[in-house]
Design a binder for this molecule. Structure first.
Ligand SMILES: [Zn+2]
Length: 261
C-alpha cells in the first residue's frame, strides 16, 4: 500500500506530491482519556481521518505534532500541552516549506477543541505570510454532527472510542473502564465552556468531569466505527471541495469588480 505520509516519501516523490498544490496538516493532543482509551486519542483520531481524506484527494499528510494545546488536562500525569504560540509557530514554519514547494491549499484536520484558537491564529499568520489558503476541518464536530445520537459529544465516550477502534482495536480497553461522570453532569459542564456569547475559559477539566471523562464508550463496535470514520472523511472531502469552489467564485467576483472600475 502506498503511504500518503509526507515523511514516508522520498524527496522526488514528495516534490511531485506537493507540486499538485494541496497538503494535509494534522494536529493532535496527548491527554488523559480515562483508563480505557490512549493518551493520544485525539491525535490518533485526527490522523486516522486524515489518512482516509488523503486517499480520496491524493494529497500528502503531515502531522504537526502529537501534542496539542490541552493545559486543562495537566492534573492527570501523562497529559502534555504545547503553549499556543508553539503550535502557531509549528504551523507557520511548516507552511513556509510547503509554500516553497508549491502548495497553495492547506487542509488542517483537527480533533481537539483546545487546538482550535491556535490553529485559527496560525492560519491568519500563514495566509498573511505565504500564498496559501487554509481550511480547517474539525473532525470531532463533523463526526458528532453526522450521528448526533450515536456519536455523543462527550470526552472519552462513544465518538472517541469509535475513532480509536477504526485505527487499532487493541488500543481500546473497555474491560478497564473505571469512573466516568454521569452524562448529564459532563454535558452541562462542557456546555458552559461551549457557550458562544458569554463564556468562561476552561482551566481544569475536573470542572467538566470530576473523573476526567464521561460518555458511553462501550456502545460502539469495530465495524460500525470504521463506517463512521469513513463517512467523516467523505464529509470532509465534500465540504472542502464546496468551500474551495465558493472561495474561488468570490475571488473571481472581486477580480471582475476591480476590472469594471
Ligand atoms: Zn479526546
Amino acid at each position: 500500500m502506498t503511504s500518503h505520509m509526507l515523511a514516508d516519501m522520498t524527496q522526488p516523490e514528495a516534490e511531485a506530491a506537493l507540486a499538485r498544490g494541496t497538503a494535509i496538516l494534522v494536529t493532535g493532543s496527548v491527554e488523559q482519556h480515562g483508563s480505557h482509551l490512549p493518551l493520544g486519542t485525539d491525535a490518533i483520531a485526527a490522523l486516522t481521518i486524515a489518512h482516509r481524506v488523503a486517499e480520496r484527494i491524493e494529497a500528502p499528510v503531515l502531522p504537526l505534532s502529537p501534542v496539542g494545546v490541552a493545559p486543562y488536562h495537566l492534573p492527570w500525569a501523562g497529559s502534555l500541552t504545547l503553549r499556543p504560540e508553539t503550535l502557531i509557530a509549528l504551523m507557520v514554519d511548516v507552511c513556509g516549506g510547503l509554500a516553497a514547494a508549491g502548495v497553495g491549499r492547506v487542509l488542517v484536520v483537527n480533533w481537539h477543541e483546545g487546538n482550535t484558537p491556535s490553529i485559527r491564529l496560525g492560519a491568519d499568520e500563514v495566509q498573511r505570510l505565504y500564498p496559501i489558503r487554509v481550511i480547517i476541518a474539525e473532525s470531532h464536530v463533523i463526526t458528532n454532527a453526522l450521528y448526533p445520537e450515536e456519536m455523543e459529544f462527550t470526552h472519552a465516550g462513544a465518538m472517541e472510542t469509535a475513532a480509536v477502534l477504526a485505527h487499532d482495536p487493541d488500543l481500546v480497553h473497555i474491560d478497564r473502564l473505571a469512573g466516568g461522570d454521569p452524562i448529564d453532569r459532563g454535558t452541562a459542564g462542557h456546555a458552559l465552556f461551549r457557550r458562544r456569547d458569554v463564556f468562561p475559559v476552561m482551566k481544569d477539566f475536573r470542572e467538566v468531569a470530576e473523573t476526567g471523562w464521561y460518555g458511553s464508550p462501550a456502545s460502539v463496535d469495530e465495524v460500525r466505527a470504521r463506517e463512521i470514520i469513513d463517512e467523516a472523511a467523505d464529509h470532509i472531502v465534500e465540504s472542502m471541495n464546496e468551500v474551495w469552489s465558493r472561495l474561488e467564485d468570490r475571488e473571481h467576483d472581486s477580480d471582475e469588480e476591480e476590472m469594471g472600475r
